[in-house]
Design a binder for this molecule. Structure first.
Ligand SMILES: *Cc1c(COP(=O)(O)O)cnc(C)c1O
Length: 444
């Protein structure tokens, strides 16, 4: 039997009338953010109380709906850990960074991150419905004095208009769905006026923190801007409530394909069996698991980090074991702005010039005989090959495979490998002897 999808409300909210509880404005204005407030719902640990009383901590705020999902008896509750700070947040760790993905360096105009050839990330607000303790953008998110900025928005639109290779705009922040409905609609309207923008995507945790925001009215508005895609952010099966299921149903009925992005977090979802339950529960509410991220090297999240191997182990436990639709891609977002890198178990064990040896999820090993004669399509006449060339410098390994380039060199490679020349010069001047000459001679 599948686990039931249920509705929860913490006892202190028992007397709140349904029309208030189900009103997203009520949820936003009744968020909890102090030790005193939160203690009315769950008994705080010393570590949590200390963190909540620390000045300068990343913003705390949680909706009454979301805090109700916590089991108040369990200090290790997986929902609790995501939104209640602990004193470990104050600990520094090696290679911790403020902007670990180097987003600021990839921003042609404020709030627009153009990292990949055909798509951009657009940060439209710094506000969220609740704040995840491991937020990768805690350097900018949460600042109450700064929300939607019209001047930056106009600069972003101008950049998009003059950059025709951008066909996909990903709205994020902060959370685009906390914007005032009128502003969100204007934003989408302005994006849709740009003919080369083919798809718009929204990354939002509002359906998870505050599913009552996903009203039919909002869905009708969003449906005017198709093709529109939306990724939610669920980390643990306990977040999949009746309210979230209904919100997702409204969105998918409005024609919005839904995906999920999770972050792999120690003590929250670093369990293969829990992940299997999570992805199966997501597909039941018609949400396709998209990415599972390795935790970024961001300040305050050291205690959430897992070895990369944990993510590989999770994918090993999903692929083949459950529906392919339910298996996300495990991603390490490379520090320093390298972008998203998929990492997975090895299924290709060996190969020869005519065979590959592969294994399946059960450990069954097989050989696949390759064709002895392969007649490829003709790239010289293929209209796709002829017209869809990557931007210069962005072809990557594809450029090596199709013969456009023979090698990719790290920066400074040529200078470094002038060494050979340098050694000969020095030897001629008799100032240098290569290691090995002399010492490698027999000593007898
Ligand atoms: C994640 C991200 C995207 C979108 O990546 P997809 O793999 O296409 O989902 C685009 N731009 C930036 C800067 C990103 O971080």
């Amino acid at each position: 039997m599948p686990t039931p999808i249920i509705s929860k409300r913490a006892p202190i909210y028992a007397d709140v009338p349904d029309e208030k509880w189900n009103d997203w404005r009520w949820q936003l204005s009744h968020r909890l953010n102090t030790a005193e407030d939160i203690e009315k719902v769950i008994a705080l640990t010393d570590s949590e109380r200390k963190a909540l009383q620390t000045q300068g901590l990343f913003r705390v705020d949680v909706t009454p709906y979301f805090i109700s999902l916590i089991d108040p008896e369990d200090p290790n509750d997986p929902v609790r850990k995501q939104i209640i700070p602990v004193s470990e947040e104050l600990n520094a760790f090696t290679s911790m960074m403020e902007d670990s993905l180097a987003e600021d360096r990839h921003s042609p105009v404020p709030g627009l991150v153009h990292r990949y050839p055909d798509r951009v990330l657009m940060l439209v607000t710094t506000q969220c419905a609740s704040y995840c303790r491991y937020c990768t953008r805690s350097r900018i998110v949460g600042d109450p004095g700064q929300t939607f900025n019209r001047q930056d928005f106009e600069l972003q639109i101008e950049y998009l208009k003059r950059t025709p290779q951008v066909r996909d705009v990903l709205l994020s922040g902060g959370d685009p769905l906390v914007l005032a409905p009128k502003i969100l609609e204007e934003l989408l309207t302005r994006l849709r006026e740009i003919p080369h923008i083919e798809i718009v995507r929204i990354g939002s945790r509002v359906p998870v923190f505050m599913p009552m925001r996903i009203t039919q009215e909002l869905c009708d508005m969003l449906a005017k801007f198709h093709p529109l895609w939306l990724n939610i952010h669920v980390n643990h099966p306990n977040e999949i409530s009746k309210e979230l299921a209904e919100a997702c149903d409204r969105m998918t009925r409005a024609g919005i394909p839904l995906g999920n992005q999770s972050v792999l977090l120690a003590g929250v979802n670093d369990c293969v069996h829990m992940q299997r339950e999570l992805v199966q529960k997501l597909t039941r509410i018609r949400v396709r698991p998209y990415y599972l991220y390795q935790c970024d090297l961001v300040e305050g999240s050291g205690h959430f980090r897992t070895p990369v191997a944990k993510g590989i182990e999770i994918i090993e436990g999903l692929r083949g074991h459950t529906s392919g639709y339910a298996v996300p891609q495990f991603i390490v977002d490379a520090p320093g702005g390298g972008g998203k890198i998929p990492v997975m178990p090895n299924y290709l064990l060996s190969m020869s010039d005519h065979k590959v040896i592969v294994r399946n999820y059960e450990g069954f090993v097989t050989s696949y005989e390759e064709p002895t004669e392969y007649k490829s399509h003709d790239p010289k006449t293929c209209k796709f090959c002829l017209s869809k060339r990557p931007e210069p410098g962005q072809a990557g390994l594809t450029g090596l495979l199709d013969g456009e380039q023979m090698f990719i060199k790290p920066q400074g490679f040529d200078e470094l490998h002038e060494r050979g020349g340098l050694q000969h010069r020095l030897k001629d001047e008799n100032k240098w002897k290569p290691l090995g000459i002399g010492s490698s001679e027999p000593t007898e």
